[in-house]
Design a binder for this molecule. Structure first.
Ligand SMILES: O=C(CO)[C@H](O)[C@H](O)COP(=O)(O)O
Length: 235
């Protein structure tokens, strides 16, 4: 269906651009979120039309798994592959060094496992996700085990963060991840050293993973729109 919504146009265009990078025979990590959903749809279209063949996907979430099935992309698991050619995933913030904040969809733990294993990790974002400094527009998601929620929140406060438990929408109580854990969103006034903060947070007992992706992305595809016309820029 056609749309005039500029954000949707950017997401569609960038999703299509990422899907066009998939070649026959590739093992592809399938990310999570509304932008990657377009990439999954277009990979499915290309498979259906015979333009590419023998693709297998590694989903980063239940959402990705459902979409891949819907669009006819066969799936496999990390246990039975020896490499991954490509991963395509969205992001909530991207800085000029290609470092990211992810986890807006509470899937960053599985996303980091899959995205960091790929020979090439392509990030798909609309231009609104570009920031000069990580943490300026988006809270940092931290996945933690339910029994450690209080102690993890206290430790995050000691690091200078303002943590809040992510609550469900159309669901009473907290968001529960695909792994059965909870997500704490943390406001940091300034993330000066993302690499250090990523490691420090992951060292708190009870933390599974945080949404800082430092040095993982290879290529950023940015959807832009001018006078209603979408385009894609790479860096
Ligand atoms: O990290 C993610 C999920 O955990 C998503 O990739 C991120 O939130 C971007 O989503 P969208 O494309 O819907 O803006």
């Amino acid at each position: 269906m056609t749309t005039t919504d500029p954000v949707k146009l950017m997401k569609q265009e960038v999703g299509k651009a990422a899907a066009s990078k998939v070649k026959s025979g590739m093992i592809v990590g399938l990310g999570t979120g509304s932008t990657t959903a377009y990439a999954i749809e277009y990979i499915g279209d290309r498979l259906k039309s015979g333009e590419i063949e023998n693709i297998v996907g590694i989903p980063t979430s239940f959402q990705a798994e459902v979409l891949a099935r819907q669009y006819g992309i066969p799936l496999t698991t990390l246990d039975v592959i020896d490499h991954m050619d490509l991963a395509i995933d969205g992001a909530d913030e991207v800085d000029p060094n290609k470092n990211l904040i992810k986890g807006g969809g509470a899937a960053h733990t599985r996303e980091k496992i899959v995205d960091s294993l790929a020979d090439q990790f392509i990030v798909v974002v609309d231009s609104g996700k570009l920031v000069d400094r990580l943490g300026s527009t988006f809270l940092l998601p931290v996945e933690a085990m339910p029994m450690a929620i209080t102690t993890v929140m206290k430790a995050l406060e000691k690091l200078g963060g303002k943590p809040q438990l992510r609550m469900g929408v159309k669901k009473a109580g907290p968001v529960i991840t695909d792994q059965g854990n909870m997500v704490i969103d943390v406001k940091f006034d300034s993330i000066d050293n993302p690499a250090d903060l990523e490691k420090t947070i992951n060292n708190i007992p009870g933390v599974l993973e945080n949404g800082l992706f430092v040095g993982v992305a290879d290529l950023i595809l940015v959807g832009e729109v001018k006078d209603g016309q979408p385009s894609v820029r790479e860096f």
